[in-house]
Design a protein around this ligand. Structure first.
Ligand code: DX5
Ligand code: ZN
Length: 214
């Protein structure tokens, strides 16, 4: 299991050090949550902060766009140093155009599903993306309870990916901690995002290790 700490729960007054802390703790990716106050009822960070963090880490930057018009901002996030850009299938930008734009910038594209969105919504794009991210909370805030009822959707996606023989990684995001990781792993997730489960743990390195070895 790969683990992507979500900086949403870190100390925002020292983000550079927080990135270093989880990188030293064995993190696989760094998960960056971008919110626009429109697609979700919260505001977070933009390309400026991501650009500032880029020299502080050599890990892949996994940028999760919770914004209504992702296509308008792909260049900005690619320039900032994103390695993976995921955007919501429920957003307003044209999905094919947005995937193509991300690829054209040498970044790995991914699609995200809100809890109410069925697995089938991403089936037409599975050949075109590197990642499918399944939300296991309503997007917008860290520290919410894990939705175990998303696991049938994860299994449906896994089956489809395996039956088509695709290299797509399945990622889950929201409420993942030592208490919920076994269920996530069993359903077939390859990459787990965790915010409070890592940054609010007494020992971030131990929390990362526990998630990597469910
Ligand atoms: C929620 C974000 C998540 C969030 C996860 O909208 O996409 O990445 O930070 O935080 P936890 O692990 O605390 O649920
Ligand atoms: Zn996220």
């Amino acid at each position: 299991m790969k683990v992507a700490p979500s900086l949403l729960s870190c100390d925002f007054s020292k983000m550079g050090e927080e990135v270093l802390r989880v990188e030293k703790g064995g993190a696989d990716w760094i998960h960056l949550d971008v919110m626009d106050g429109h697609f979700v009822p919260n505001l977070t960070i933009g390309p400026g902060i991501i650009r500032s963090l880029r020299p502080h880490s050599s890990l892949p930057f996994d940028v999760h766009l919770m914004i209504s018009h992702p296509l308008r901002y792909i260049d900005a996030f690619a320039d900032a140093g994103a390695d993976i850009i995921t955007f919501h299938v429920e957003a307003e930008s044209d999905i094919l155009q947005t995937i193509e734009k991300i690829r054209s910038r040498g970044v790995r594209p991914g699609l995200v599903l809100k809890p109410a969105t069925p697995a089938e919504a991403v089936f037409p794009y599975l050949e075109l993306v590197d990642v499918v991210l399944v939300m296991t909370v309503e997007p917008g805030f860290g520290g919410q309870s894990f939705m175990a009822d998303m696991m049938p959707k994860v299994r449906t996606l896994k089956q489809e990916i395996v039956s088509r023989g695709l290299p797509v990684l399945l990622e889950a995001d929201g409420g993942i901690s030592a208490a919920t990781i076994a269920v996530v792993a069993e359903a077939g997730i390859d990459v787990s995002v965790s915010g409070t489960g890592i940054f609010k743990a007494p020992d971030a390195a131990a929390a990362i290790k526990a998630l990597q070895n469910p």
